[in-house]
Design a protein around this ligand. Structure first.
Ligand code: GLN
Length: 250
């Protein structure tokens, strides 16, 4: 099969807390199942051909970096919407998650345009929400999973009525420290505040994203052979315990 194409949005600007590590996990888990991953940087003025990319990834960043690229990312908005409609998967982390919504009003009060793919907007508050996080998720009906990671954001993200969060907060702040929910899921698009990086300690989500990307490429949902994931399970357990003992809250 041809390689799976991953579009890494603005990799030189949005990449904190080793968010780039998420790509390494996707590439390795794909290879263990006989799939090659080809990662292409997508930046200012990029041509995004419909159907070219199976998965888009965007990491986190400080307000300064977000302000530098937001207009350029917004300019790619129509093509990214087309790619989403054509079935491409998305993983967006923290600052990247905020810019997949309608806008992010940053700590200076400046309103940074988003691409309006996810049904949400974000406004920075004065106190940062920092700490370990644990979520309960159900991406597939009757398949509950936990997601463990680390958050550090000033932004408070407000989902539109009826929008689907990524998960229920078991420990930590989540989208706004009040709603009890974290992240947003829209079809094959996932947005979250969870850094870490996220995927090494949550292999089920890495496999879910890979399955979406392969489904985009082949037209049908694959059965990915299970992996042992012993180290991943231990990393998840440590992260989950940290969140339960010292996750943030107001
Ligand atoms: N700058 C954004 C905020 O503070 C996102 C931070 C991040 O990506 N960690 O909310």
């Amino acid at each position: 099969m041809k390689p799976l194409i991953v579009g890494h949005l603005f990799p030189d600007y949005l990449n904190i807390y080793a968010d780039r590590g998420n790509i390494a996990v996707l590439a390795r888990r794909a290879a263990w199942r006989g799939h090659e991953l080809e990662v292409r940087a997508v930046g200012a003025g990029a041509q995004i051909r419909p159907g070219e990319h199976d998965l888009f990834y965007v990491g986190g960043g400080q307000d300064r970096e977000q302000a530098l690229i937001a207009p350029e990312l917004a300019a790619l908005g129509a093509s990214l919407h087309d790619a989403f409609e054509a079935g491409a998967a998305f993983l967006a982390v923290c600052g990247g998650y905020q810019l997949l919504g309608r806008f992010y009003r940053d700590q200076s009060g400046e309103e940074l345009p988003g691409i309006g793919l996810l049904p949400l907007y974000t406004v920075a508050g004065t106190r940062r929400m920092i700490g370990d996080v644990l979520l309960e998720c159900e991406l597939e009906p009757a398949t509950k999973q936990t997601l463990a990671g680390f958050e550090n954001h000033a932004g408070r993200t407000i989902l539109d009525p009826g929008a689907e969060p990524l998960g229920r907060v078991v420990a930590g702040f989540g989208n706004d420290g009040k709603s009890g929910y974290e992240g947003c899921r829209l079809g094959r698009a996932i947005g979250t505040y969870l850094h870490g990086p996220l995927l090494p300690r949550n292999p089920w989500l890495a496999d879910w994203l890979l399955a979406q990307a392969i489904a985009h490429r082949t037209g049908h949902e694959p059965e990915l052979p299970p992996l042992t994931d012993e180290l991943e399970r231990q990393a998840h357990a440590v992260s989950a315990r940290r969140a339960e003992t010292r996750g943030g809250h107001f």
